[in-house]
Ligand binder design. Structure first.
Ligand code: ADP
Ligand code: MG
Length: 591
């Protein structure tokens, strides 16, 4: 339905197949099951024509404490009334759907009376987006303008018996008011909707245009980068907030479709260092850049902070599993001659995990690495002259990143933005140096060169002449076995940071660019979907690309066997990250 290529799926035919009929028949069914055992609610499955929309009851919960029942409403185009220019395919459609999800959620909180009886009774809720504007399955808009919202309802009970009068109030009083308040163009704040759609379109335009300008990131003048707190992603408002000011050396101007001319800091490709004293805003800038692969809502402060869509935040992640990754560009001659062109471990160290994270990102086609010293392994990042002398190269398997970062750009076109306040050795390899001074970026390239001249590094380069080729890996479908007990496949996301896959748990705690639990759920679905593309020859990068192609062609619904409203779009990198962190994954050398 997302692209409406096969027409809206609101055909009356399907609704009839589901059973049901008029709203009146739903009312009668409710009357009939009043006071009966909870499973009698199952009779409600079906589609019902209400004034102005069709209600579809897809799944009825088994008891009052189970996950709430899944429903949809479909509002025909003429009733919904969204003008064509607000639902143009691509950025605008996604922003419109995001906006409607937010308004539907607001209306639920305002108009649903909430808790009734036992369990989840009384709940009416829809997926709840955060600061990002992501494609979601919560609201769909068909090519012809029909709107579908997918939500959940906790069907009310007294003890374990059907509370039909309460259910009637929810279905015949609250839900119609929620739909009326949130899914019709005439009820909405048209100005806010326009801003939402135009902001998203501008950000996508800006991001898509980076490469042609030779840039890997752009931070708009006046952007607000700091967040309210480490656990609250809304903009910082209290105290003194310093809006972003671009240094003249990196100031560029762009022309956006809606906003027109805009100035900001453009970061070109190559090796960029962000230096500066502790607490001067280095990590905050990098964080904004890593989140710049996503669009943000108006008022977020980072609406026009955008990064190359393939940017991957790299960090150390000791304890993770690694399966036959070619980390030889960074690590070679391990004790006892262990192979590092197909390096496996159940318990990676800080440096080997960081090396594997980089190689795995390269496998999926990243063009920009983002690295913060705060979350890096020191011995992976630097190795100074004194250490070189004390521990001979023959006894040190690690070639530090400082010796590889320029080769990555020269040979593979992969840029790096690096926060480093602690080691001047990087000055020799930097294409530019930005110093954060009281939250303001300053171009210190010339000083950095002068300092590097004055204090010549006495360390020896260890990187060799080339970055080196990396062996590709083909995942084995059979190693993605999600069976558990009586379930053929059992995959369920547990919040943002982990997925239960069969009897194993995938830990995504270090995958920082996974930002929404609905993305995690979709990645879980995609793991199952991906196995159909694994033929023992296709590489991880190819398999992941095929999954994303399926999603692009047929929407996120392609990943699940039933309509679900709590899935959001994810990137190839996060899907690959989940695959790579599955403790059972096995790979082969392709061909
Ligand atoms: P660094 O990495 O340089 O040590 P951080 O980026 O962690 O510094 O920032 C330190 C603190 O300053 C954080 O609490 C952050 O929220 C705050 N901060 C960052 N940028 C700004 C800004 N532009 N205005 C106000 N406070 C900021
Ligand atoms: Mg920091």
């Amino acid at each position: 339905m997302r692209n409406g290529r096969d027409g809206p799926r609101s055909g009356r035919g399907e609704d009839r197949r589901l059973g049901g009929g008029s709203a009146e028949s739903l009312r009668q069914a409710l009357r009939r099951i009043d006071g009966r055992g909870y499973p009698a609610y199952r009779d409600l499955r079906g589609a019902y024509g209400f004034p102005g929309y069709v209600l579809v009851v897809d799944h009825v919960q088994g008891d009052p404490f189970a996950a709430p029942s899944r429903m949809r409403v479909r509002v025909p185009a003429r009733e919904a009334g969204f003008p064509g220019e607000l639902r143009r395919r691509g950025s605008r459609e996604i922003a419109l759907r995001d906006f409607l999800t937010r308004r539907f959620g607001d209306a639920c909180r305002r108009l649903a009376r909430g808790e009734r009886g036992s369990g989840k009774g009384g709940l009416i809720a829809i997926d709840r987006p955060g600061q990002e504007v992501l494609e979601r399955t919560s609201v769909l808009v068909a090519e012809n303008g029909e709107v579908e919202a997918r939500f959940v309802m906790g069907l009310p009970a007294f003890g374990r018996s059907v509370a039909a009068r309460d259910a009637q109030a929810m279905l015949f009083d609250e839900l119609p008011r929620i739909v009326e308040a949130s899914l019709l163009f005439r009820s909405l704040d048209a100005e806010a909707l326009r801003r939402h759609v135009e902001t998203t379109e501008d950000a996508d335009f800006l991001r898509a245009g980076l490469r042609a300008r030779g840039l890997v990131a752009f931070v708009a003048e006046g952007a607000v980068l700091p967040r309210a707190s480490g656990i609250d992603p809304r903009p910082l408002r209290s105290g003194r907030v310093v809006p972003f000011r671009s240094p003249t050396a990196f100031r560029v101007e762009v022309e956006l479709p809606n906003r027109g001319r805009l100035a900001g800091m453009g970061i070109p490709g190559g090796v960029t260092l962000i230096v500066g004293g502790g607490y001067h805003g280095k990590s905050t800038l990098l964080r904004a850049l890593q989140d710049g692969v996503y669009d943000h809502v108006p008022g977020d402060g980072r609406e026009l902070v955008v990064t190359d869509p393939t940017a991957v935040k790299i960090r150390a992640e000791d304890g993770r599993r690694v399966e036959q990754v070619d980390i030889s560009p960074f690590i070679s001659n391990l004790p006892f001659g262990r192979d590092t062109t197909a390096f496996s471990t159940e318990d990676a160290s800080g440096s080997t995990s960081q090396a594997a994270n980089i190689i795995e990102a390269l496998e999926v086609g990243t063009r920009l690495l983002l690295i913060d010293e705060d979350t890096s392994a020191t011995n992976f990042m630097i190795r100074d002259r004194r250490m070189q002398e004390l521990v001979a190269k023959e006894l040190e398997p690690i070639t530090p990143f400082v010796d590889k970062v320029s080769q990555l750009h020269a040979e593979r076109g992969v840029s790096t933005i690096l926060v480093i306040g602690g080691s001047g050795d990087y000055l020799d390899v930097a294409d530019r140096v930005i110093c954060m001074v009281e939250y303001a970026p300053v171009d210190v390239g010339a000083e950095a060169r002068a300092v590097a001249e004055r204090h010549r590094t006495v360390r020896r380069a260890e990187g060799g002449a080339r970055f080196g080729e990396i062996a590709s890996r083909a995942p084995v479908a059979a190693s993605f076995d999600a069976s558990r007990g009586r379930y053929e496949t059992r995959i369920s996301a547990r919040g943002l940071q982990s997925i239960d896959f069969g009897t194993h748990r995938i830990d995504l705690g270090a995958v920082e660019q996974l930002v929404d639990p609905s993305q995690t759920r979709a990645v879980g679905d995609a793991l199952r979907h991906a196995t159909r593309h694994m033929d023992g020859r296709r590489t991880i990068g190819e398999v992941v690309a095929l999954v994303l192609e399926d999603v692009a062609a047929r929407g996120l619904d392609v990943l699940s066997d039933r309509p679900v409203g709590d899935r959001a779009a994810f990137r190839p990198f996060e899907l690959a990250a989940a695959m790579n962190r599955l403790r059972t994954i096995e790979v082969r050398k392709p061909s």
